[in-house]
Design a protein around this ligand. Structure first.
Ligand code: AR6
Length: 171
């Protein structure tokens, strides 16, 4: 069984966290945007955009890694979640893949700690409860069979997500 202490729910600004990797809810261009993406680019400084320009974008349901530059986090994992279009366009599977690819990148880069925002639940309109179920289920299953990352933080910004995650995880 996975140790429940390996998952933590917090309400915070993800750009402030001193973890090995923070995950960005990016778009396919990887060139920045609003929401958490905008906050991460502002806090990391212009070097982050220089780095993401070289990555040639990223498919929905996948992720790419860069340094964290001026952030307290060592790395940023830029994950692209799906835009919600009603639920019959493979959105759940694509969201799961965005989490899974991020976890794989964290493991490959020896990250002990990783922090996820609530990918796709802002501008991209993914229903929050469905997204939370997918995020938690994907992380739990990954941790059951991998030593790294040792610890995963679900970083909730809005109260609704914070409550949802605590309820689902019983924390
Ligand atoms: N720290 C943690 N979470 C945050 C922060 C923050 N500083 N700021 C916002 N959130 P969104 P998406 C939460 O819209 O739905 C961008 O323009 C927010 O409350 O940032 O995946 C990209 O460039 C919400 O729960 O991402 C894409 O074009 C969560 O982050 C598009 O938005 C995700 O909301 C991606 O949309």
């Amino acid at each position: 069984m996975m140790d429940a202490n390996r998952i933590e729910v917090i309400q915070a600004d993800i750009t402030r966290l001193q973890v090995d990797a923070i995950v960005n809810a990016a778009n396919r261009s990887l060139l920045g945007g609003g929401g958490v993406d905008g906050a991460i680019h502002r806090a990391a400084g212009p070097e982050l955009l220089e780095a993401t320009r070289k990555l040639n974008g990223c498919e929905t349901g996948s992720a790419k890694i860069t340094s964290g530059f001026r952030l307290p986090a060592k790395y940023v994992i830029h994950a692209v979640g799906p835009i919600w279009k009603g639920g019959d366009r493979n959105e759940p599977e694509l969201l799961k893949k965005a989490y899974m690819t991020s976890l794989e990148l964290a493991e490959k880069n020896n990250c002990k700690t990783i922090a996820f925002p609530n990918i796709s639940t802002g501008v991209y309109g993914f229903p929050k409860e469905k997204a939370a179920d997918i995020a938690i289920d994907t992380v739990k299953k990954f941790l059951e069979i991998h030593h790294l990352p040792e610890k995963v933080f679900f970083v909730c910004f809005d109260n609704e997500n914070y409550k949802l995650y605590r309820t689902i995880l019983n924390k």
